[in-house]
Ligand binder design. Structure first.
Ligand SMILES: C[S@@+](CC[C@H](N)C(=O)[O-])C[C@H]1O[C@@H](n2cnc3c(N)ncnc32)[C@H](O)[C@@H]1O
Length: 284
């Protein structure tokens, strides 16, 4: 990439703008299969079943493998889903499906993070809040109040020259290490400026990409988000001295991203793939 910060309005299932072996870190959150807010999105891709929805994402994961440098890291924030189908309440374990895909692509699966979200109400027979009868066994279900941050590496560890200055300049504190490298994170949402849109696009709080970028990249590295949404990963990459490239399929997000970044948005290069490759705007 010629610019330090590039946003491509286009489809990450074909990241032809990025050369092989050039990305050091991927931090992203795709649309989650079987979560109702994303049903319309998958419908525009003619994907109705759990498997078809994952096939849509798999194409991006294949491209992610291609563009990563050897030793590069991928962090995928995804949640499992539950749904009642044909009268039966069922878990759709998105996290294990994504792990299988990356294993097939030949990446190494590393220990993941469980992101504990602010508690939602427990459910009874899959119907939201517990009713009085929810105190009686055995027909209640455990609440999904965790999301996963899956972590993969392409091949062996990245090599560095001894005493590489950029590495030392990027180090974290003992307190940060103790908190960030433990398996359960309790991170609550931060105040958002474009609340409605960010809620619809399920933006993650800045603290999530901030930790991941500081844990798994060094200053000057090139970070990719193939599902950019409102631009949270870009904003954090800029504030932590990393370079960045991101893809967002919906053209209407370009102005949200610019507004979100503020005056430094002038340093972002916006590119657009030919419009034939951009799907209809489900949020329009
Ligand atoms: C869960 S949201 C990402 C939210 C983001 N982490 C944030 O903080 O705003 C997923 C985004 O990916 C976009 N998207 C879905 N499929 C895509 C594709 N194939 N290429 C590029 N963007 C895509 C959607 O339009 C949506 O904005």
């Amino acid at each position: 990439m010629s610019a330090d910060y590039t946003v491509i309005i286009g489809d990450s299932r074909n990241m032809k703008e990025i050369t092989d072996d050039s990305i050091h870190l991927v931090v992203t959150s795709p649309p989650y299969p079987m979560i109702s807010i994303w049903d319309d999105f998958f419908r525009t891709e003619s994907a109705e079943s759990y498997d078809e929805m994952h096939h849509v994402l798999d194409k991006t994961w294949k491209e992610v493998e291609r563009v990563l440098v050897p030793g590069g890291i991928v962090c995928v924030n995804i949640g499992d889903a539950t749904r009642t189908k044909d009268g039966t309440f069922h878990l759709y374990p998105n996290h294990s499906r994504v792990i299988e895909t990356f294993e097939h692509l030949g990446l190494v699966t590393l220990p993941y993070v469980l992101w504990k979200k602010p508690t939602t109400k427990p459910s009874y027979k899959g119907k939201g809040a517990f009713l009085g009868s929810g105190f009686l066994p055995p027909n209640a279900y455990v609440t999904l109040d965790m999301e996963f941050i899956l972590i993969f590496r392409k091949g062996r560890l990245r090599g560095f020259e001894p005493k590489d200055a950029r590495r030392y300049d990027s180090k974290f504190t003992k307190k940060e290490r103790d908190e960030w490298f433990s398996q359960v994170w309790t991170v609550t949402g931060t105040r958002q400026t474009h609340r409605d849109l960010e809620r619809r696009v399920a933006a993650f709080p800045e603290e999530i990409p901030l930790r991941l970028i500081r844990m798994f990249s060094i200053k000057g590295d090139l970070v990719l988000d193939p599902f950019l949404g409102s631009g949270t990963t870009l904003k954090v990459a800029m504030s932590t001295g990393r370079r960045f490239v991101g893809y967002e399929k919906l053209a209407s997000f370009a102005h949200i991203i610019k507004e979100r970044i503020g005056p430094s948005a002038a340093t972002i290069e916006f590119q657009r793939q030919s419009s034939a490759e951009i799907s209809s705007e489900v949020f329009a």
